[in-house]
Design a protein. Structure first.
Length: 67
């Protein structure tokens, strides 16, 4: 398979179909390192900070063009 023709979100849902030719291996390695080096408590703290930031943002209004 040509890496340019693969839609990773769809084709690799059950595992990478490209193997060593995968263009996203750097992200896989970064994610693995993050998971190994970061405690679960730290990940939960990061998620809570992101959640609180999202909650504290003002609402974003979407006004239709046809009004």
């Amino acid at each position: 398979m040509n890496p340019d023709q693969v839609n990773c979100a769809v084709d690799c849902a059950k595992g990478c179909v490209l193997g060593d030719r995968c263009p996203n291996t750097e992200y896989k390695n970064e994610a693995s390192n993050f998971i190994q080096e970061t405690s679960l408590d730290k990940m939960l703290e990061m998620a809570e900070i992101a959640r609180m930031k999202k909650i504290s943002e003002p609402p974003k209004w979407v006004i239709p063009d046809d009004i």
